[in-house]
Design a protein around this ligand. Structure first.
Ligand code: SAM
Length: 238
């Protein structure tokens, strides 16, 4: 049997018996796309309330509510890396958001570098992708999405206590031995970092260069490879 669908609701979720009103998009998704019927079970969640089992009440095609039955997961603290990345073409950026959320990124920091492919982001779209990914991967929280800023500004504002692992291709890098506590991954744009950016990075206290192997990966692939590598080092450090 398929698991109950999960829906992120940015609303207070309690107490038992309470009906939480669903908006037209949510109703269309549940009733039309997933073909849920009146009385079917779904799960609703958010970072403050945890996850609740609820029963769908359909009033009209685009109107209804989720009646809370029982809390099945308490809220939990999410720990995971920060991802600093240069926005890519639309599909590739969508992948970064989706895969990063699935892999536990707690905060996305989009940055403009000299060779960044795009200089605008759509924060609502980013959040919608992150919500969809959180719904499917059983996360309770939605990662934070920072406004777009320049790489230089990010580095100026960076807390030196937080190691920032910079994925640098074609460079000999010492192997990472341990990753403990807060940490972040930095991946460059499709065109890579410029020479002056590389010099700027190497002058930063928080920067730890990492290699992702001999092959030159597409930036979205590099995000996943880098996150997986750091997750491995975190698990080795426990
Ligand atoms: N245009 C660059 C070149 O040909 O040298 C390649 C840039 S790569 C497509 C995009 C980003 O992915 C890089 O800035 C880097 O952050 C990361 N990356 C890709 N392959 C990597 C590797 N083997 N090791 C470390 N980082 C890598």
């Amino acid at each position: 049997m398929q698991d109950a669908p999960r829906l992120y609701l940015d609303l207070p979720l309690s107490p038992e018996g309470e009906g939480v009103v669903l908006n037209a998009d949510q109703m269309r998704y549940l009733a039309t796309v997933l073909r849920l019927q009146n009385g079917d079970i779904l799960h609703v969640f958010n970072e403050e309330a945890g996850e609740w089992e609820a029963q769908l009440e359909i009033h009209r095609k685009d109107r209804g509510q989720a009646v809370l039955r029982t809390r099945v997961r308490p809220p939990e603290e999410t720990s995971g890396p920060v991802l600093v990345f240069a926005p890519l073409k639309r599909d590739a950026t969508d992948l970064v958001l989706r895969m990063g959320t699935e892999m536990g990124v707690t905060r996305f920091c989009p940055v403009i570098t000299e060779r960044t492919n795009t200089h605008r982001i759509n924060a609502d779209r980013f959040r919608a992708i992150a919500i969809e990914a959180a719904e499917q991967c059983e996360r309770l929280d939605i990662p934070h999405i920072d406004p777009l800023r320049s790489l230089t500004q990010l580095l100026d504002e960076w807390d030196d206590q937080i190691p920032l692992f910079a994925a640098l291709e074609r460079q000999e890098c010492p192997d990472v031995a341990r990753v403990v506590g807060n940490h972040a991954l930095l991946v460059g744009p499709e065109g890579g970092f410029s020479e002056s950016e590389r010099r700027l990075l190497s002058a930063q206290k928080a920067i730890i260069p990492i290699s992702l192997g001999k092959r030159i990966l597409r930036a979205d692939t590099a995000v996943v490879a880098g996150l997986a590598r750091l997750a491995f080092y975190v698990s080795q450090s426990i």
